[in-house]
Design a protein around this ligand. Structure first.
Ligand SMILES: O=c1[nH]cnc2c(O)cc(-c3ccc(F)cc3)c(-c3ccc(F)cc3)c12
Ligand SMILES: [Mg+2]
Length: 198
């Protein structure tokens, strides 16, 4: 459902100036042309045909040089998730680490995998039944500090009653509701902002 919805969003973004089809191929062609006509370089080149030999999903490249074979190999990989394409289209790919795993599995690994000490902001906008367990996990993993902000979407619709009860009754949080509407509708919804006081 999400891919079906997100594809048209990406198309809308890229419609105006659809980039060259498969820009990676144009990069390779340009480097090959330069190295044939102007200056030899130790790229794997356009004749050895690695793309006929492999069909990878995860790759380790040893020896990147100018990135020529990196581009060749990466262009063989499965299509990039739509979200990653949209983030890259916004030019924010260097600021975003996209993790495609369950939140409950990755929150305990944030410190070791990404060197995160604590989060200034946690935006909760995933499965509604994960808001509370993931909040408790963030607390238990020491990933919140005095002043960390939890900002939760959909606290009214579809609704997250257990989460709301927790952050509004816990002495560890100062909570405030910002009333609004479910996106693009007239249905009531809103954001709950909870500041961690511990
Ligand atoms: O799941 C959501 N995660 C994060 N934000 C959401 C949001 O802002 C809105 C909705 C939403 C969709 C359809 C509708 F009629 C009312 C609300 C959902 C959601 C809920 C149940 C679903 F089955 C699938 C989507 C989410
Ligand atoms: Mg939402």
């Amino acid at each position: 459902w999400h891919e079906i919805i997100m594809e048209p969003i990406l198309d809308t973004l890229t419609q105006s100036t659809r980039p060259q089809r498969r820009p990676s191929q144009r990069v390779i062609q340009a480097i090959d042309q330069f190295c044939r006509q102007k200056e030899w370089a130790m790229n794997v080149g356009d004749e050895k045909g690695m793309h006929h030999v492999v069909n990878p999903a995860t790759v380790l490249e040893l020896g990147t040089y100018c990135g020529y074979s990196t581009v060749r190999i990466a262009s063989l990989l499965p299509p990039t998730p739509i979200a990653r394409q949209i983030i890259a289209w916004a030019g924010l790919q260097d600021k975003v680490q996209l993790v495609e795993e369950a939140s409950g599995d990755w929150i305990p690994k944030m410190r070791t995998e990404f060197g995160v000490e604590t989060f200034d902001l946690v935006f909760l906008d995933h499965w509604k039944d994960r808001y509370l367990p993931d909040t408790k996990l963030l607390e238990d993993c020491g990933l919140l500090r005095k002043g960390s902000v939890l900002l939760a979407d959909n606290v009214i619709f579809p609704g997250t009653p257990e989460y709301l009860e927790y952050v509004r009754s816990s002495p560890q949080y100062e909570s405030q509701y910002f009333q609004s509407h479910l996106e693009y509708t007239k249905v009531e919804d809103g954001l709950e902002k909870s500041v961690y006081l511990d």
